[in-house]
Design a protein around this ligand. Structure first.
Ligand code: A3P
Length: 361
């Protein structure tokens, strides 16, 4: 069996499994999928190439890396940190550039493997690549190389879990991990996967929930992703944010981040950051990815900034499905040793303890 630079084993999914799951999903599943063992993270077949590049990526002490599961509030957190680092007085003209340019990410290359950039929604990034990475080849991973070459301090993003990165990472670089209660996250994922052309999810909400729990959605499974970060929660270079806490008391979370990042912002600068990154402000600035990546997008609709609320799951789960997921959450959260903020309104509630001991497993 093939091994990654990190030592993890790569297993191809069976044709039977792929045929079945492909009934629900669009182009992202077509080139084949692999699972990364032992946790079974599910990625497109080209992922191992880019996971090895990520493992060998030279992070620097002034980098900040945002790590999360999909739909946990990653974009919000990136925009907050970028504004804290580079635009606390709201006078930086670069703030108008797309977030992808200001805070590039590691997870896109595996989806573009073997495809000409012109056929992707990221054609405009080609110019940026050619400027930043003279003499380099797009085929070697456009986004990973942009991550490498953008001037520091770099704000980078990964949906890959910490266990697939170099074990030295936290000794070099600050990492901000964002988590969100799984029921709201599933709702957010459902609407996003239905709308994004390349996911093109065709199933019902209940089917998505079961695929999520079974680890059959791209980037799954969810719990090991959280557990990998939670186990490192006492490391001084790891900062944990719950989406629910950020919603409930944004200023408190901004002060915590200010302390972690050593940005030394004044109260009025922190207020600038909060205002500039509020849901309505971000929504008014439009889609963070390209406009043309969605199915049936209405004029003036911003698909990505959907609701930005805590507890929207109540509008989408039947009582039976909710109970089933609550049982799953209670079991998995206990096994991973994670407690969610009570305000996340799942039945897993209890207070978060950012300085909790890591689980013994
Ligand atoms: P909803 O679909 O529930 O609205 P990610 O960036 O990890 O993909 O997460 C996307 C989710 O974060 C979406 O959730 C999106 O609306 C929400 N989000 C983005 N910016 C936000 C903000 N400024 N405030 C609150 N939620 C925000």
């Amino acid at each position: 069996m093939r091994k990654l630079a990190s030592g993890h084993e790569v297993e191809e999914v069976s044709k039977e499994w792929l045929d079945n799951i492909s009934k629900y999903h669009g182009p992202f599943y077509v080139p084949g999928m692999v699972r990364i063992k032992p946790d079974g993270y599910l990625y497109p077949a080209a992922a191992p190439i880019y996971l090895d590049k990520l493992y060998n990526f030279k992070f620097k002490p002034d980098d900040v890396l945002v790590v999360s599961f999909l739909k946990a509030g990653t974009t919000w957190t990136q925009e907050i940190i970028w504004t804290m680092l580079f635009n606390p007085n709201l006078d930086n003209p670069k703030a108008d550039l797309p977030l992808l340019l200001r805070s590039p990410e590691f997870n896109i290359d595996m989806f573009m493997h073997g495809v000409s950039v012109e056929e992707t929604p990221f054609q405009k990034m080609k110019e940026v690549f050619l400027q930043l990475c003279p003499g380099r080849k797009i085929e070697d991973g456009m986004f990973t190389q942009i991550c490498e070459m953008i001037p520091g301090p770099r704000l980078l993003k990964s949906h890959f879990p910490l266990c697939l990165m170099n074990p030295d990472l936290l000794d070099t670089t600050k990492v901000v991990y964002v988590a969100r209660n799984p029921k709201d996250l599933m709702v957010s994922l459902y609407f996003f996967m239905r709308k994004l052309k390349n996911y093109d999810f065709k199933g019902t909400f209940e089917e998505l929930v079961h695929q999520f729990m079974d680890g059959d959605l791209i980037f799954s499974p969810y719990w090991p992703h959280l557990r990998d970060a939670w186990q490192r929660i006492n490391h001084p270079n790891l900062h944990w944010i719950f989406y629910e806490d950020l919603k409930a008391d944004t200023m408190k979370e901004l002060r915590r981040l200010d302390h972690f990042l050593n940005t030394g912002l004044t109260s009025s600068q922190l207020l600038n950051v909060a205002n500039h990154t509020s849901f309505s402000a971000m929504k008014s600035r439009g889609e963070p990815i390209a406009d043309n990546v969605y199915n049936n997008k209405e004029d003036n609709e911003t698909v990505f900034f959907r609701k930005g609320q805590v507890g929207d799951w109540k509008n989408h789960f039947s009582p039976e499905l909710s109970e089933e997921v609550d049982r799953w959450v209670a079991k998995e959260a206990a096994a991973a040793g994670i407690t969610f903020p009570s305000r996340s309104s799942t039945s897993t509630s209890s207070s978060p303890s950012p300085n909790a001991d890591p689980p013994s497993t």
